[in-house]
Design a protein around this ligand. Structure first.
Ligand code: ADP
Length: 177
């Protein structure tokens, strides 16, 4: 293969990331648009280890990343200890929370459990580089963006599957040496 041709066949982050084209969209949280009930539903309906936080569904601009277990612990704690936290309480991942109308229940501030700088690469990043980054930085997951918009996620397990696939295709792959 010529170098150029080889390059055009290279697997890119967009080929490995989830969701696949046929999958339901990425499960995300919005930084200020959700209630405790919304987030609890998302937690019951999905099994993902974490959720990207975005400015809004329209912008898909990444704000951070929250682990499922931290969400569960924080909401449980708030429901038990914090007066007035109910299903309709609004959740904020923002730095400042707008004053709520007096009739609404107190809101829950969860910025503290958010990773403010999750690792990201663009959709056109070659997978051999992504694999290298996972190894060198010991990442659990990496988010995929295009022009600043969040597109998808690659987890450590996705990487392991991808590496195993390459090894199947090419048993002498240098990845295992
Ligand atoms: P693991 O890959 O270790 O099983 P997860 O349970 O978090 O970790 O992810 C399961 C699959 O779902 C992976 O292929 C991953 O890319 C994808 N995934 C992870 N988080 C999300 C999410 N928030 N929305 C959609 N898909 C996700």
């Amino acid at each position: 293969l010529e170098a150029k041709e080889e390059f055009s066949h290279k697997t890119l982050a967009m080929d490995v990331m989830r969701p696949r084209r046929s999958d339901p969209p990425l499960s995300v949280l919005t930084q200020d648009g959700m209630t405790v009930g919304d987030v609890e539903s998302l937690i019951t309906e999905t099994a993902y280890s974490g959720f990207p936080v975005v400015v809004s569904h329209e912008s898909q601009r990444l704000v951070g990343f929250v682990l499922r277990r931290d969400l569960i612990i924080s909401i449980d704690n708030a429901r038990q200890r914090q007066d007035g936290i109910v299903s309709t309480s609004r959740i904020f991942f923002t730095e400042y929370t707008p004053p709520q109308p007096p009739s609404s229940p107190p809101s829950l501030k969860l910025r503290g459990i958010m990773d403010l700088s999750p690792f990201t690469v663009t959709d056109l990043t070659a997978m051999d580089i992504v694999v290298d980054i996972f190894r060198k930085l010991g990442l659990r997951q990496c988010l995929i963006t295009h022009n600043g918009r969040l597109l998808g996620i690659i987890t450590k397990k996705d990487i392991l599957k991808h590496v195993a696939q390459i090894a199947n295709r090419d048993p002498d792959s240098i990845l295992f040496n």
